[in-house]
Write a protein that binds this ligand. Structure first.
Ligand SMILES: C[S@@+](CC[C@H](N)C(=O)[O-])C[C@H]1O[C@@H](n2cnc3c(N)ncnc32)[C@H](O)[C@@H]1O
Length: 319
């Protein structure tokens, strides 16, 4: 691209802040020290040689980072191609390749992406609070996973010990009209386990108490979670017979989450570097308690300490 074209591109509205040339930055929407937790967690995933899917890509910063980490195949998907030109700019400037899929609303994902097969790593960040039915979205994303693959989910939550989900009644959570649900952290964990995702790492950042994003008297925040795609029924407690019967027999589960359990399918070998605070727990239990990790095991972030942990993508960053 010519310098003139890049300068023109930098004048557009950008979600991410992106360096387009050594002395040219397209300004995005986030403050300079705002932590980009999916980026921080994805750094720990061994993406070399893997099949990766990013759902809700905007301009494609996550696909650029997947490319940098050596992914073999990258699919970027979004409801509509609203960032097509900026995505093309990033691909060119960062020498990265991926295929784009227009998938409409974030439902029936495994049907819409059936031709793309299964993935070692799937990212669903910043999307779940935008859908009417988070369960339906998770249900349809699960069959996209290879056995033992990694699923990364990031969404807004309420940090409370409950199994409730708060609705954005009259815009009390966010005035943004495309926002619906904030689940409690334990309920979000239950959803994940119900779909055979075992959480193994997370990071949480609380919304400031003066933020307009809140439920009266409760702490809200943004959580990013990395999960292993495990065998059916093994992520829920052994005494939760309701979950197991529901997974096997409910019309919703069997109709909306057509998970393929082919014993002949080679499992993904994707690795993940766990933080010290969680290593022993994952080694002994296979998964973590998200509320505990956030509130007692230090998996919290306030402001980003390094530029590479923010929404700013630079030409010479490694990840
Ligand atoms: C807040 S951005 C998140 C971007 C990126 N995944 C990240 O975490 O940095 C929301 C993304 O979800 C998509 N999106 C928003 N509402 C949606 C909806 N109701 N159905 C499908 N996609 C939606 C947008 O096009 C956009 O790509």
């Amino acid at each position: 691209m010519t310098r003139e074209q890049l300068e023109q591109a930098a004048k557009e509205w950008w979600y991410y802040t992106v360096e387009l040339a050594p002395d040219l930055v397209a300004q995005g929407t986030y403050p300079a020290d705002f932590p980009y937790m999916p980026r921080m967690l994805m750094r720990q995933a061994h993406l070399q040689g893997t099949d990766c899917l990013d759902l809700g890509s905007m301009e494609g910063v996550i696909p650029v980072l997947m490319h940098r980490k050596g992914a073999k195949r990258i699919i970027a998907a979004d409801a509509v191609p609203h960032c097509a030109d900026k995505m093309a700019t990033l691909q060119q400037v960062y020498g990265a390749n991926w295929d784009f899929r227009q998938i409409g609303l974030m439902y029936d994902l495994s049907d819409k992406l059936a031709a793309d097969g299964q993935f070692d790593f799937v990212n669903l960040s910043g999307v779940l609070y935008h859908v009417f039915s988070p369960l339906h979205t998770l249900a349809s994303a699960r069959p996209l996973m290879k056995k033992n693959g990694l699923f990364m989910l990031s969404t807004n939550v309420v940090n409370e010990q409950s199994d409730v989900m708060h609705f954005n009644t009259a815009g009390k959570l966010q005035t943004e009209p495309n926002t619906f649900w904030y689940p409690s952290i334990p309920l979000l964990e239950y959803f994940l386990r119900y779909f055979n995702f075992a959480p193994i790492d997370c990071l949480y950042s609380r919304h400031p108490s003066n933020s307009p994003l809140h439920v009266a008297g409760k702490e809200c925040g943004f959580i990013s979670i990395v999960c292993r795609a495990v065998d059916p029924g093994t992520a829920v407690p052994s005494n939760d017979s309701w979950a197991k019967r529901s997974m096997l027999g409910s019309w919703e589960y069997t109709g909306l989450s057509k998970q393929r359990h082919d014993p002949a399918q080679a499992p993904s070998t994707i690795g993940y570097d766990l933080p010290d605070a969680l290593k022993d727990i994952v080694a002994s239990k296979g998964s973590i308690d998200l509320h505990l990790a956030v509130n007692e095991l230090g998996r919290r972030v306030e402001r980003a300490k390094r530029v590479e942990d923010t929404y700013l993508l630079r030409l010479n960053d490694e990840s």
